[in-house]
Design a protein around this ligand. Structure first.
Ligand code: F6P
Length: 320
């Protein structure tokens, strides 16, 4: 391998810049050239490439977003689009790729790698933490910290007004942001797509909860079947004496300076990704499990966890 292309794709995540920096500097360490590909798969098709050196990634480890920009590409879903992408790689002498992203990114990378026999290694970059083969994805720690910082503020005002807040957090198919941050803020209830929402159970939790507590927080994952808005309406109807408000945190969760945990994770996985390519690995995501680097085939990395950790759910029940 003489030239590795690196790109970020799908939703951005804090720590993606630290990941790019690590890939670039590790490749240079092994005397391999690096090419930055702009806007994910879109840039592969348009040929938006730039050679990268050590300086190109200076002073970015602490920055949110991604200097390579990101996107979701419809053209890459077509065979013609992928052919153009492959021709661009050949023309620019790029012989391997590091793809930083989540499920959609690895799906696309998997098809492309098999179609044209391109060595591709993936790094898990998504706030959702919904990939198999890594304890945490890059961005998850920062995003959950953003949520608890925001909900702590909501708790202040909720407590002052004796209010109940429904707070909707991100996670299109996964309740992991909701579960972790919900425990972190001492939520009264956490509603996630992995377990069916029983509105009666929620009502019981709310009416049987501690009477001395002035405020109540219900965390709802974006992918939960009923949705924050509807839950708020149902709660208002059932408990007209509660002063209920809805707050949707939205994209604030995707931005901001990465936490130390995300910077270190991204740095470790960037080294592992380049070394994996040098060791002949392909179609694998690098991850960190129990502090060890592990490799998971794209086919398995993108499988969804259908169940939430019962231990965490138990903690919520005991502590709320
Ligand atoms: O995959 C990360 C994520 O933030 C999801 O939690 C969310 O549903 C989605 O991206 C939002 O995507 P977009 O920014 O394209 O609306």
């Amino acid at each position: 391998i003489k030239n590795i292309g690196v790109f970020t794709s799908g939703g951005d995540a804090p720590g993606m810049n630290a990941a790019i920096r690590s890939v670039v500097r590790t490749a240079l360490h092994y005397d391999i050239q690096v090419t930055g590909i702009m806007k994910g798969f879109e840039g592969l098709i348009t040929g938006d490439f730039m050679p990268m050196n050590s300086k190109s990634v200076a002073n970015i480890i602490q920055r949110g977003g991604t200097i390579l920009k990101t996107g979701r590409s419809d053209a890459f879903l077509t065979k013609e689009g992928r052919q153009i992408a492959y021709d661009n790689l050949v023309r620019n002498n790029i012989d391997a790729l590091v793809a930083i992203g989540g499920e959609g990114t690895f799906k696309g990378a998997n098809i492309f790698a098999k179609e044209f026999n391109v060595p591709i290694v993936g790094m898990p970059g998504t706030i959702d933490n919904d990939l198999i083969g890594t304890d945490h994805t890059i961005g998850y720690d920062t995003a959950t910290n953003t949520v608890i910082n925001a909900v702590d503020k909501i708790r202040d005002t909720a407590e002052s007004h004796d209010r109940l807040f429904i707070v909707e957090v991100m996670g299109r198919d996964s309740g992991l942001i909701a579960l972790r941050s919900g425990i972190g803020v001492g939520a009264e209830a956490i509603l996630i797509p992995e377990s069916k929402t029983d509105v009666e159970v929620l009502f019981n939790t709310l009416s049987s909860g501690r009477k001395d507590k002035a405020s109540k927080i219900i965390i709802v994952a974006e992918g939960e079947e009923i949705g924050g808005f509807e839950i708020a309406e149902l709660v208002k109807e059932k408990f007209p004496n509660y002063d209920t408000r809805l707050s949707i945190l939205g994209h604030i969760q995707r931005g901001g300076r990465p936490s130390c945990a995300d910077r270190v994770l991204a740095s470790r996985l960037g080294v592992a990704a380049v070394e994996a390519l040098l060791n002949g690995k392909k179609c694998m995501m690098v991850g960190l499990m129990n502090q060890n680097v592990v490799y998971t085939h794209f086919d398995n990395a993108i499988k969804h966890l259908s169940e939430a950790d019962p231990n965490l759910l138990k903690i919520v029940r005991i502590l709320s």
